[in-house]
Design a binder for this molecule. Sequence first.
Ligand SMILES: NC(=O)c1ccc[n+]([C@@H]2O[C@H](COP(=O)([O-])OP(=O)(O)OC[C@H]3O[C@@H](n4cnc5c(N)ncnc54)[C@H](OP(=O)(O)O)[C@@H]3O)[C@@H](O)[C@H]2O)c1
Length: 275
Amino acid sequence: MRIAITGSAGQLGQALQKVLSGEELLLIDLPDYDITNYAQLQRAIVDFQPQVVIHTAAFTDVDGCELKPETAYRVNALGTQNVALACQNCDAAMVYISTDYVFDGTKGEPYWEWDRPNPQSAYARSKLAGEYYTQTLLRKFYIVRTAWLYSRTGMNFVKKVLQLADQHDQLYFVTDEVGSPTYAPDLADALRKLIAHPLYGIYHLTNTGVCSRYEWAKAILELAGRPDYPLFPTQGYARPAKVPAHCELRNFCAATQLGITLRPWREALVDYFHG
Ligand SMILES: NC(=O)c1ccc[n+]([C@@H]2O[C@H](COP(=O)([O-])OP(=O)(O)OC[C@H]3O[C@@H](n4cnc5c(N)ncnc54)[C@H](OP(=O)(O)O)[C@@H]3O)[C@@H](O)[C@H]2O)c1
């Protein structure tokens, strides 16, 4: 299969390159390709004539988006419009990677794929705008919402916790932010399975189960061989962007239609450290 991957140098992009190494790939990332450059992107994608474009490129710094909303909308909304138009031009299917942050986190139970989004930050609003472009411009699309991505490549919460633990005598992490840590290689493998079927629509794909930032940090330090590190729970971390307090994405569609599920988040984290 001919597959283009945007954001190919990112956490998910690199994991996708691994699981799709047997396919013909076009890798799209800065500095060679900029998804906000309409003409350049159309040329690159239409010349390649992919069957599928997996669009992971985004301005992913959630607080950065709050401080620079124009950049957030330019990359996450208009960049996605450009990718969708390129797919339209060569009749490719598009996979748009979206986020649990499109929800406000107040539901009190897991979010279904059909629940109404209510984004609370510039990042989340710009990603939801990307969902709208994908849905309105294309017939062949998969919108895949995921959460709390980490991998061995790139900067993420796991690495940040270990870095901070080296720099400080004790650490505090919040219990009032709950989500699903998701190992990028697991998501990449699920995406590989998903694009084998023309079952277009909206999907929720995360590792199974939820934890708070505090519980996640505790598991990270334990698995890194530092179970006695002084780690304390706290609440109400002040930051520029408002993020959902409790967001669990229920994987109903991929599990029911295709039997695609991801393993529990703790098992994936063990793999990250010892796999
Ligand atoms: N990370 C999470 O916790 C999380 C959670 C839910 C959903 N998601 C979504 O999942 C997707 C993948 O996330 P990730 O963690 O793999 O992201 P990532 O590691 O930040 O990778 C994103 C990649 O996109 C590139 N990029 C940014 N702007 C671009 C542009 N204008 N043109 C071309 N490439 C550009 C980045 O390059 P530079 O590094 O040079 O900017 C980077 O290589 C994103 O769409 C994100 O919104 C992420």
